[in-house]
Design a protein around this ligand. Structure first.
Ligand code: GDP
Ligand code: GDP
Length: 464
């Protein structure tokens, strides 16, 4: 399960700065769901070989009263859901009462907590951080988020316990973590690793996550699906943030339904349990092969729907969209909803869109045809010969531009992974190709490979 890192600290210590460092240029999901009184930011991050979710909990200073207490509660909930807490303090400002209040709260939680002193640039850091030992959180990790100093090794240290898999594959990280992180980034997947992945994916059940805002009808849909299908066994949730994993069969294919709504069956009763949790949704997306995003026809597409969709896209998941509560709407309203969907969901025109009623069961059966199709597209093997041929066709139709007086030359292409399909294009100066040409190639591959329901990635490797 992808780990969750929460950034905690009083206002102004540098949480947003670190958040932006960790998530790079990727969009943050700003949670503004009903029931949350304050925006928290969630992002996807990859650093030092670790994939993780990072949460900026917003500022708490431990002295809140009234409405502020409510707001702080939301941040405290994020702490409960995290695997690792980075407790940030400001090395320049020195120890404050707010830091102490937060420290004493954190000491009461059973959470792995690292004390991080930020803004250590341009000062005598060792001297400055000395007083923070009083907080009783052990070692102090010195960073300068704004300068990106110490950040990679901090993350490596924090997430090493979650990285056994990774270390098995790549061996131990060398001492120069930062250097190693750069190398890891430069190393693109090979045909062989892609083949192994394809093999693994073909032999496993399809993990299908049902995702959506509160009240869009996820529980109703899950019940509907489970009512119709043969359910093999049930897993009970381990903790509040865990989704329920439900193995099932359909049309002779095996699935594992990742149920974020928390439907569980007790004897013959089906009931919805937990409340909505952003982290739970994001982890389910990361863990799934196919994401079924449910939106509500009656409220229209919200920014949160788009954020969840963006997260699924960034994670490279195959996607099927379900517009629920399609029952009992008059034609005019239906037309209006369709226009809105066209306008706002144009960027995922590769994903199938279904109009359903989870309540009445209308259209629910057909969802699985698209789930199947999306998974098959995402895992369909592509040979080097075919990918190279498509690349040449694209190049013949539209020559790559000149870069520094030389024409960029594409040489060959091979598969670099599946779910999502990754195409690795080799050639001279390919990294310098303008984004417009990279997009052109991606769209060309999409059309030629006829992938429906999955994003694809095209990566570029210099030389042969
Ligand atoms: P937040 O309120 O905890 O999210 O803090 P911000 O990320 O907004 O940072 C507060 C201020 O500290 C901003 O002016 C940042 O530019 C500054 N800052 C953040 N990180 C560093 C750092 O590593 N060094 C220095 N000198 N300033 C920093
Ligand atoms: P969740 O929070 O996403 O799990 O949403 P629920 O499944 O609990 O549904 C929220 C509300 O929407 C409930 O009152 C449902 O009865 C209602 N609902 C769910 N699906 C449909 C549907 O297809 N049509 C209509 N009219 N109402 C629905």
């Amino acid at each position: 399960m992808i780990p969750v890192v929460a950034l905690v600290g009083r206002p102004n210590v540098g949480k947003s700065t670190l958040f932006n460092r960790l998530t790079g240029t990727r969009d943050a999901l700003v949670a503004d769901f009903p029931g949350l009184t304050r925006d928290r930011k969630y992002g996807q991050a990859n650093l030092a070989g670790h994939d993780f979710i990072v949460v900026d909990t917003g500022g708490i200073d431990g002295t809140e009263e009234g409405i502020e207490t409510k707001m702080a509660e939301q941040s405290l909930m994020a702490i409960e859901e995290a695997d690792v807490v980075l407790f940030m303090v400001d090395a320049r400002a020195g120890l404050t009462a707010a830091d102490e209040a937060i420290a004493s709260h954190l000491r009461t939680r059973q959470k792995t907590t690292l004390l991080v002193a930020n803004k250590t640039d341009g000062i005598d850091a060792d001297a400055a951080v000395g007083e923070f030992y009083k907080l009783g959180h052990g070692d102090i990790h010195q960073i300068a988020a704004a300068q990106n100093r110490g950040v990679t090794s901090l993350i490596h240290y924090a997430l090493a316990p979650f990285a056994e898999e990774f270390e098995k594959e790549h061996g131990d990280a060398p001492e120069e973590i930062d250097e190693w992180a750069e190398e890891a980034e430069a190393e693109l997947p090979t045909e062989e690793t892609a083949e192994e992945e394809a093999e693994r994916l073909r032999n496993q059940p399809i993990k299908l996550a049902i995702i959506g805002r509160p009240n869009v009808g996820k529980s109703t849909l899950t019940n509907r699906i489970l009512g119709e299908e043969r359910v093999v066994v049930y897993d009970m949730p381990g903790s509040t943030r865990d989704s329920i994993y439900i193995p099932m069969e359909r049309d002779e294919r095996e699935y594992v339904l990742i149920d974020t709504a928390g439907v569980r069956r007790r004897k013959n009763m089906i009931e919805a349990v937990e409340k909505f949790s952003v982290i739970k949704s994001l982890q389910a997306i990361e863990d799934a092969n196919v994401v079924l995003l449910v939106v509500d026809a009656r409220t229209g597409i919200s920014d949160q729907d788009l954020s969840l969709l963006g997260f699924a896209l960034n994670a490279g998941r195959a996607i099927v969209l379900a517009v629920n509560k399609w029952d009992g709407l008059d034609t005019e309203v239906k037309e209006e909803v369709k226009r809105e969907l066209d306008r706002r969901l144009g960027f995922v025109d590769f994903a199938r869109l279904h109009f359903i009623s989870a309540l009445h069961g209308t259209g629910v059966g057909h969802l699985f045809e698209s789930v199947q199709e999306a998974y098959d597209s995402a895992t369909k093997r592509s040979s080097t010969a075919m990918l190279t041929r498509i690349m040449q066709m694209a190049q013949d139709d539209h020559q790559p531009p000149m870069v520094r007086g030389r024409r960029v030359k594409l040489k060959y292409a091979h598969a670099g992974g599946y779910n999502p399909p990754i195409v690795v294009v080799h050639g001279n100066q390919v990294r310098d190709l303008p984004d417009s040409y990279k997009r052109y190639l991606m769209n060309y591959y999409r059309r030629a490979l006829q992938v429906m329901g999955t994003p694809i990635k095209v990566l570029f490797q210099e030389g042969a």
